[in-house]
Write a protein that binds this ligand. Structure first.
Ligand code: SAM
Length: 259
């Protein structure tokens, strides 16, 4: 491991805004913060919104700056990426930002029923051919349902047509309430997206460009956006999904992987 990474990992230990549970704290047991993020971490009762796969945390930070009445937690497994967001939140003394280093697979050990008001998923890996690792698969939606408030919304912003179409198909086949959908965000007028988002959230949607988004925009890929509610009784179904067709459409996902 390079010196830069070691230095970031060491500094991560000093950030009060960064929670890094050990495997023992989340594997099949509840983490001490589960159900207590408001009282024991943020020390207020503002709604809490998650960004899953937040990388360097650009989105979490921007949303938090624009929406001081909401608390945001960016979740990722990569410590060197989280360092960037946690460092900025620390330097700027942002009281409504937290970062959580964990595998999202463990998330049920970290949040209690009704503890989370909404979810953003930004530029997640499409996980082509690996549905159970895809962040909008039935397995993950079931985890989110365990802690999302009734009516809580999942927002998905991605360059990947594969992930976008898969997520739309899963929402449709489970009769989930789709609130907004576009396959070309920057050529879609903000007011034509159904306005479940606040004015400030719409600004973040159009104005924040994360590390990965900049990369894909530079290659000319349109950015997609989808939002839906996951209120649903019973198990989620997988969609009837043409893996091969969309895999070809999403060839750039492979290009990025091998770089
Ligand atoms: C393609 S990057 C996007 C990062 C950031 N949202 C952006 O737009 O720049 C996907 C991120 O999701 C994280 N990730 C993917 N699967 C994960 C999982 N199961 N648990 C935790 N983090 C995950 C990766 O570590 C990575 O930082």
């Amino acid at each position: 491991m390079g010196h830069g990474k070691l230095r970031k990992f060491a500094e991560n230990e000093t950030f009060a805004c960064l929670v890094q549970p050990s495997t023992q704290e989340v594997l099949g047991v509840d983490h001490p913060l589960k159900g207590h993020w408001a009282s024991d971490f943020f020390h207020n009762d503002k709604p809490i919104v998650l960004e899953l796969g937040c990388g360097k945390g650009e989105y979490t930070i921007d949303l938090a700056k624009r929406n001081p009445s909401i608390n945001y937690i960016g979740v990722d497994i990569k410590g060197a990426r989280l360092w960037k967001g946690a460092k900025q939140a620390t330097l700027e003394q942002m009281g409504n930002v937290g970062f959580l280093r964990t595998r999202i697979e463990f998330i049920a050990s970290l949040f209690a029923p009704g503890e989370i008001a909404g979810i953003w998923i930004t530029f997640a890996d499409p996980q082509i051919g690996r549905e159970n690792k895809r962040l909008t698969s039935p397995r993950f939606l079931d985890r989110y349902r365990g802690f999302l408030k009734a009516g809580g919304v999942i927002n998905l912003k991605t360059d990947s047509r594969y992930l976008h179409e898969y997520s739309r198909a899963i929402a449709e086949c489970n009769s989930l309430d789709i609130l907004a959908v576009t396959t070309d965000l920057y050529n879609t007028a903000a007011d034509t997206l159904q306005t479940h988002l606040s004015e400030e959230e719409v600004k973040s949607l159009y104005e924040v460009q994360t590390f990965y988004e900049r990369h894909f925009l530079a290659q000319g890929y349109p950015i997609t956006y989808l939002s839906f509610k996951i209120d649903h009784e019973g198990p989620y179904q997988s969609p009837d999904w043409d893996e091969e067709a969309w895999k070809d459409e999403d060839h750039h996902a492979f290009v990025v992987k091998i770089q």
